[in-house]
Design a protein around this ligand. Sequence first.
Ligand code: ADP
Ligand code: MG
Length: 403
Amino acid sequence: MLLQISEPNSTDNAARERKRGLGIDLGTTNSLVATKSEQGADVIGDASGTRLVPSVVNFNGGVKVGVAALDLAVSDVRNTVLSAKRFMGRSRDDLSEAQLLGLAGTDPLAFDTGDGPKTPVEVSSEILRALAARARDSLEEQEEGVVITVPAYFDDRQRQATRQAAEFAGLNVLRLLNEPTAAAVAYGLDETIAESSVVAVYDLGGGTFDISILRMERGLLRVLATGGDSALGGDDFDEVIVSWMVDQWALIDLTRDQQRRLSVTARAIKERLSESSEVSIEASGEFAHLEDLSVTRETLASLCKGLIQRTLSACDQALGDADVTEVAHVVLVGGSTRMPVVHDAVAQYFGREPLCSLNPDEVVALGAALQADILVGNGDGDEALLLDVIPLSLGLETYGGLI
Ligand code: ADP
Ligand code: MG
């Protein structure tokens, strides 16, 4: 009898030897997990293909994360925690009165929920746990370690809190990486740009705006300055559209529910206007007596002008702090940079076409996945191991005169 002995072919071998690293963007509004395979870095979706995980957790006799929790954000306000990232590593003294509402009277600071007080670290650890579970289910494999991104301006306590959240979730943290650095890595800028070239990363998300100025120094991308506005983002664009609708229809005394409906409509209009030049709003249900409205991209642009101008003023400030005049690359990050009016304003401000070929809400996770892949040992050894500047010295440099 002949026994045929076959050798596993070499690509199979390589696939088996490849270690798994995950990149996680733990965002204020949305979070996501990505990984690098032979085909390159990609975001991991759920069974239905949805890639973004809303950074929302519901605690009520069980834990729900993401879309399932967001669905409860209106009907179960008390037990649903949104934007926990804003509270990471913070104490009562750091927070505004508005932020303190809804917190339990406990120390350390915690959200009051049906399952007792939950700290921001615990909330974030649930999001991280859900992201890792999604990756393991989809890849049918346990990861070696993860790279988690944090805002460049996060101080030591905020970074420590992020690490702790990952520990609670049982994750092996290879490194925390600055979000703007991750975005630059996703575009390969860490490997391609010349010494002392400057990169500006413009990140307009759901509730925050961050501008970061990076410079290539001895093979490392160093953060020269950060700036922005922690209360300016896509939500504010939604609100100007709501005000416009209220004006057009001369609405008065809206209930909370009606306001919520208008906000949801406004967000849909805004996102649709990134693809189409005009959108019509059909008044229905309790608004049925009102005439239909039409919004053009130009209308949206003029409504948003002031908000966009505020982001550009923050860019002025950051460029001044960094003491740079010449920017080699501009990277767009955050879902709100999908708005053509934002893209055009940024292009005009910096006098160059920004990098935007990757999905702006995925680019941070993709960069983190590339770093994770190298850190678990899949690189060929030539990659510069992008050591992110340590937070303490970063804080001093970043805030310069401000500290
Ligand atoms: P964060 O980094 O704050 O967690 P994201 O980068 O995911 O959040 O940005 C979320 C914001 O992006 C929301 O305000 C959302 O309405 C906005 N957004 C997403 N897609 C589009 C689009 N196509 N056009 C305009 N805005 C968009
Ligand atoms: Mg973000």
